[in-house]
Design a binder for this molecule. Structure first.
Ligand code: COA
Length: 334
């Protein structure tokens, strides 16, 4: 019988995976009219990893990242109760999480996909913490994995320079209320701007002759870069302020700012608006580009490997992107 009393949730372990094929801005400048200097100045990105070759998908990356996280705490996959796979680039529209469940041997876990583009990982952590804090589940694996390289028009220089492929995973575990480390969250969506960033489904011009059914296919990623930039720089600081205010924390209490790794200029502008010193920004996008739902756990895993984050540090994590959807979760590292 489940106990529905509130309990704590904490991030127990992290893991990540990136493809081996690395493409520098110089490589991209061979396929579209651009330059290393333009890309670095406007975005801070220098290189990205892409899933090349046949039969490669987010599953391979998600499985490696998950096993990586499990191994760090010597946990058997059979102990996982729930798997949330945040992705917008599944290799099966019915969901890809079950393939991850099967491949890592999480025989006792229920698994589902969560689609919220670059905010997917933040929504994944929040969803996982709800299941844990209400006593339903004890161990939840949250994976952010995306391969936007498969959905990019590689002749469109305004988008193809930005994205990379990766996966990141965290294991969130139930703990005592006193040890709770997922302190609070704040989530938003404004669907009026959904066309600013989309991979939309387009119907064919002619319907089926007898059934009057329109079928179609998905298009390439479409983006209004300027609008997305303005949205991120205006809304993300507000979301962070709401979240820290509700916890009675001040800006000075923030040890680390971990934003979705979209663009170095966005990271700097958000920090500047909040008067957060730039040395508190966690950033690795120069090496990986924008890896969508994977970007936050990938950067978190790297920061932990570099021993940047100390016990009790306050990490403000914000995701933002298509939807438009954005949100913040405040974590105290334990
Ligand atoms: N290389 C060289 N020139 C390029 C280029 C490229 N890759 N892409 C666009 N340009 C050109 C444009 O054609 C334009 O030329 P023009 O002035 O002759 O018309 C000029 O550079 C400026 O283009 P613009 O689109 O105004 O650039 P920008 O300063 O807005 O920067 C982005 C473009 C995409 C880097 C920027 O808008 C951005 O980062 N937006 C947020 C995107 C994002 O983070 N999306 C994901 C969110 S999850």
């Amino acid at each position: 019988m489940k106990s529905f009393s509130m309990q704590g949730a904490k991030i127990l372990a992290t893991g990540s995976a990136v493809p081996t094929s690395c493409f520098h801005n110089h490589d991209i400048s061979k396929i579209v009219q651009t330059s290393d200097q333009w890309i670095v100045t406007r975005t801070g990105i220098r290189e990205r990893r892409l899933l090349t070759g046949i039969d490669k998908s987010i599953i391979t990356l998600a499985v490696t990242a998950s096993i990586n996280a499990l191994n760090k705490v010597s946990m058997d996959a059979s102990q996982i109760d729930l798997i949330i796979l945040a992705t917008s680039t599944p290799n099966d529209l019915f969901g890809s999480a079950s393939q991850v469940q099967s491949k890592i041997g999480a025989i006792n876990a229920v698994a589902f996909d969560l689609t919220a583009a670059c905010s997917g990982f933040v929504l994944g952590i929040v969803t996982a913490s709800q299941f844990i804090q209400n006593g339903s589940y004890r161990n939840v694996l949250v994976v952010g994995a995306d391969s936007l390289s498969k959905w990019i028009d590689w002749s469109d220089r305004s988008t193809c320079i930005l994205f990379g492929d990766a996966a990141g995973a965290v294991i969130i575990q139930a703990c005592s209320e006193a040890d709770n480390s997922i302190l609070d969250f704040q989530l938003n969506t404004d669907g009026n701007y959904s066309s600013c960033l989309s991979i939309s489904y387009q119907e064919e011009i002619r319907p089926h002759p007898i059934l009057n059914l329109y079928q179609g296919s998905f298009k390439y990623i479409a983006m209004n870069g300027k609008e997305v930039y303005k949205f991120a720089v205006s809304q993300v600081p507000l979301s962070i302020l709401k979240c820290i205010n509700s916890l009675n924390l001040s800006i000075n209490d923030i040890d680390w700012l971990l934003l979705h790794q979209a663009n170095e200029r966005i990271l700097m502008a958000v920090a500047e608006k909040l008067s957060i010193s730039s040395d508190k920004i966690i950033s690795n996008l120069s090496k990986y580009g924008n890896t969508s739902a994977a970007s936050i756990p990938l950067a978190l895993d790297e920061a932990l490997q570099q021993n940047k984050i100390a016990h009790n540090d306050i990490i403000v994590i914000s995701g933002f992107g298509a939807g438009l959807t954005w949100g913040t979760v405040v974590v105290q590292w334990k």
